[in-house]
Design a protein. Structure first.
Length: 23
């Protein structure tokens, strides 16, 4: 289950220009 987030609320990983939250 992946959640797309834009911010510093959760650790994010940049993949192909997409910001994916990595928990």
């Amino acid at each position: 289950d992946l959640q797309f987030r834009y911010g510093i609320d959760a650790p994010t990983i940049r993949i192909d220009g997409l910001t994916i939250a990595g928990k």
